[in-house]
Design a binder for this molecule. Structure first.
Ligand SMILES: [Fe+2]
Length: 369
């Protein structure tokens, strides 16, 4: 846990004890807490244990070299946001390119200019702590969204499934990594605004009256407002605001038409409808997957949904194992929820960071193949 009076936690990884000792002396004199490691195994163990704010990493070491250690730090969802500075005598363009490829955040020549090293460390610690705060804000939002799901037992698991389905469809559409992450997070946050809907409406065991529907239609507006101001949610905001729009303009809250509706919101709305239809409600049974697909196609025919997106969603349904590695987003969300004391559904499906065919959630879909 971070101590607010700390200047920062720094890990120095170097097999040269003289260099480590010199850096440690300088950093501790300025209030940093320093841990050291002499090889890759020690470094990776120390990162897990000490959660450093910055890693100063030598490149030329026996066993795992600095490039490989950096690669492993950046691959691990739990450590990928820790800034890594390669401190090295290797200064060729190729070495710098390799450092960038493995995710290094900065380079310092060896022997370093000590003043410059201190300035870089200070700046990176500040950056790391800002990132930590942002992550906390996202986690709070997700926890809020999960609280809504807990209020309504009939929607249990809905957010997790939506996150998986939406990310799978995004991958199938070859969207950017950022868009896919937004879809994944949007699965959790799309109904955030339902926090403002009274139980008498949200939990009503039957169709809503016109007045109640008017109340319910506020949830995308409220949810979008809650996401405003968080820069890290700027791609999720349109999903939250527009996931109930229809292509013919009869949706809500803004009555947008066709291309006015953000693509990510269209993607989320298709998987949202699919999941809502295939899970039971107090006033109706769950429809079968084939029935849900038929309904989505009929909504396309009415001009409400983009048929290409609907067909793409059907096409990704093929058998997949559900025990894939967690994505970065899922790991962060899971860590955030657990930090907030929430229960996290174990063994749920997750997309993989790799683009190729990561359609785990869609394993549940198998509708047309
Ligand atoms: Fe909604």
């Amino acid at each position: 846990m971070r101590k607010s009076d700390d200047a920062g936690e720094i890990l120095v990884v170097d097999d040269g004890l003289e260099f480590s000792a010199a850096v440690t002396r300088l950093l501790t004199a300025r209030g940093y807490h320093v841990s050291t490691a002499v090889d890759g195994a020690q470094a990776l163990a120390s990162i897990g244990e000490n959660q450093p704010d910055v890693v100063l990493l030598d490149v030329m070491m026996p066993g795992l070299d600095g490039f490989e250690i950096c690669r492993q730090i950046k691959r691990n969802p739990r450590t990928r946001l820790v800034p890594v500075v390669l401190v090295t005598g290797l200064t060729s363009r190729e070495d710098r390119m390799r450092g960038i490829e493995v995710g290094a955040d900065d380079f310092l020549a060896k022997p370093p200019d000590w003043q410059e090293l201190m300035a870089r460390v200070q700046s990176l610690v500040r950056l790391k702590r800002a990132t930590d705060d942002l992550e906390s804000a996202e986690s709070v939002m997700v926890s809020l969204a999960m609280a809504i799901e807990i209020r309504d037992p009939y929607t249990k698991g809905h957010c997790q499934r939506l996150a998986n389905y939406a990310a799978a469809l995004g991958e199938s559409l070859h969207l950017s990594e950022e868009d896919i992450e937004a879809l994944h997070l949007g699965g959790f946050l799309h109904d955030l605004g339902k926090i403002s809907i009274p139980d008498s409406v949200l939990l009503k065991p039957g169709p809503l009256s016109d007045d109640e529907m008017t109340v319910m239609k506020q949830h995308p507006i409220v949810g979008a407002r809650l996401c405003e101001g968080l820069r890290s949610l700027r791609r999720v905001h349109p999903i939250v605001r527009h996931h109930h729009e229809r292509l013919d303009g009869t949706g809500y809250p803004d009555g947008l038409m066709r291309d006015e509706i953000p693509l990510l919101a269209q993607v989320l709305s298709i998987v949202d409808i699919y999941d809502a239809l295939t899970t039971p409600r107090p006033y109706r049974r769950a429809v079968t997957r084939d029935e849900a697909c038929a309904i989505l196609l009929s909504e396309s025919a009415r001009g409400w949904r983009n048929e290409d997106l609907v067909q793409e969603f059907f096409a990704i349904g093929r058998p997949r194992r559900l025990d894939r590695p967690e994505s970065n987003w899922t790991a962060r969300i899971r860590a955030g929820l657990q930090a907030n004391g929430s229960h996290v559904i174990a063994g749920a499906a997750h997309r993989t960071p790799a683009r190729a065919g990561a359609v785990e959630g869609a394993a549940l879909l198998r509708v047309s193949a």
